[in-house]
Design a protein around this ligand. Structure first.
Ligand code: ADP
Ligand code: MG
Length: 430
């Protein structure tokens, strides 16, 4: 249950609303190349229009280091918003100062103004009080809808609600509600599929899933650290040797849990390897006997020795076909799946216009399974910046129950941590 007030809980009729959105979207040649986050902000914006509000949007984009930079201008985002909303969006080149104050004061009811990147001012990330007051002067009410940033403190995250009544937008509410309820009372079996490369960022969430989930599958570069922990040669693969003790600890916990109850902790038992991520002319599949399967015995314990070594100059760049199939099989048993992190290096382009890259097959297979192509379609929550980009590029954001607009924020929420940008908002009244 979302315990904070939302736009529906307070009277917004005709008010000036300062709304924090997350339009930190990829832009190429002055055009937004993926508008998922913009589209996801529409329900709140439309609600505010219905309430006859004067709407002032603020956001950050990229890391402009506290000064103006054309590369990080939000103008293309404002243009795309205008297209998807079918309304004019006014734009001002500074989020504070005379030009913004003037633009805000000339807003009519139902009109929308987007202010330039808040990170053009170093004060944003320094929680500067004067800057906060200047921004706060643009609204009567503050609406937080930028789920992607609520885990960090910044003026437009944790400070503005000190100066204005702060409530959640509908996207923020949906994100927090969906992710929390999946973590707190999932329909079981609950499966977690964890991949990607940010091992340090994901180790805590793995810990939580060891407690919560019935089935955990590891893929991506994440898996490599576990392989190292088992003394398996990973060649030049991306891995975090420093985290080997942590990986061992996690495996120990998994074993202990599996000894007591139905629980599966699965590590890839084969991988796609190559000597070069960019030029995958000679990929091969290596099988090793690395899986930790607690309650399933029917797997080959004697891999082909010839094929079972990653060479010193090779990298593991995707999970192999057996692992992909095994994980997809797990999906057939699950009622709820949380997926965060790709199974391999999905960015490498396919040869001869192959739409699937050479190291994206594992991730493709998981996506197909989650979409229900093999029979069962579990309730699926997808998170992680790169994971979501992969899903978006395929136009599949609607194929899952919830695709999160926040990477780090969704992880922290899953860990059970409090999010400063949510905490700062008004509590729901009894
Ligand atoms: P997300 O953004 O979805 O949370 P991460 O940022 O943790 O995911 O990781 C995504 C990145 O992991 C992608 O850029 C992908 O190329 C990389 N990756 C996945 N598997 C491997 C691997 N085996 N070796 C190197 N990089 C990998
Ligand atoms: Mg990422």
């Amino acid at each position: 249950m979302f315990t904070k007030q939302t736009v529906r809980d307070i009277d917004l009729k005709g008010k000036r609303v300062l709304m924090r959105v997350d339009y930190n979207v990829p832009i190429e040649d002055g055009k937004v190349v993926s508008d998922f986050r913009i589209v996801e902000s529409l329900p709140t914006i439309k609600y505010l229009i219905e309430q006859d509000c004067k709407i002032v949007l603020i956001s950050h984009l990229g890391r402009p280091d506290g000064r103006p930079s054309a590369k990080y201008s939000l103008r293309p985002a404002a243009e795309r918003l205008s297209e998807v909303l079918g309304r004019e969006i006014a734009f001002v080149e500074d989020c504070v100062g005379a030009s913004s104050t003037e633009a805000v004061s000339s807003l009519q009811n139902g009109q929308i103004l987007m202010l330039e990147n808040v990170r053009f001012h170093a004060e944003e990330e320094a929680n500067d009080e004067v800057f906060a007051k200047k921004l706060a002067a643009h609204g009567d009410v503050f609406v937080q809808d930028a789920f992607g940033v609520v885990h960090h403190g910044a003026v437009s995250v944790s400070e503005l609600p000190k100066y204005l009544p702060g409530v959640a937008g509908l996207l923020l509410e949906k994100e927090v509600d969906t992710i929390t309820s999946v973590m707190e009372k999932p329909e079981r079996p609950l499966m977690a599929i964890i991949g990607g490369s940010k091992i340090a960022d994901k180790i805590k969430v793995l810990d939580r899933f060891i407690e919560m989930a019935d089935f955990i599958a590891i893929g991506g570069a994440m898996a490599n650290t576990f392989l190292l922990a088992m003394g398996i040669e990973t060649g030049k693969s991306l891995a975090e040797p420093d985290d080997v003790p942590l990986a061992k600890e996690i495996m120990e916990k998994a074993r202990a849990k599996a000894a007591k109850q139905q629980f599966v902790f699965y590590l890839p038992q084969d991988g796609v390897v190559a000597t070069d991520m960019q030029n995958p002319s000679s990929t091969r599949i290596v099988e090793w006997d690395a899986h930790v399967i607690a309650d399933i015995e029917a797997y080959p314990k004697q891999p082909n020795k010839e094929a079972s070594q990653v060479a010193k100059n090779e990298l593991i760049l995707d999970i192999g076909p057996f692992s992909g199939s095994f994980i997809s099989g797990g999906v057939q048993l699950a009622k709820t799946v949380v997926w965060n992190g790709t199974m391999g290096v999905t960015e490498t382009d396919g040869k001869n216009n192959d739409p699937v890259g050479p190291f994206a097959h594992g991730t493709e297979l998981v996506v197909e399974a989650l979409m229900g192509h093999f029979g069962n379609k579990p309730f699926t929550v997808v998170g992680g910046g790169d994971t979501v980009s992969f899903v978006e590029e395929r136009g599949l954001t609607k194929a899952f129950n919830h695709v999160s607009t926040g990477g780090g924020a969704s992880l922290e929420l899953m860990e059970g941590r409090k999010l400063p940008g949510v905490e700062a908002l008004l509590d729901k009244e009894e």
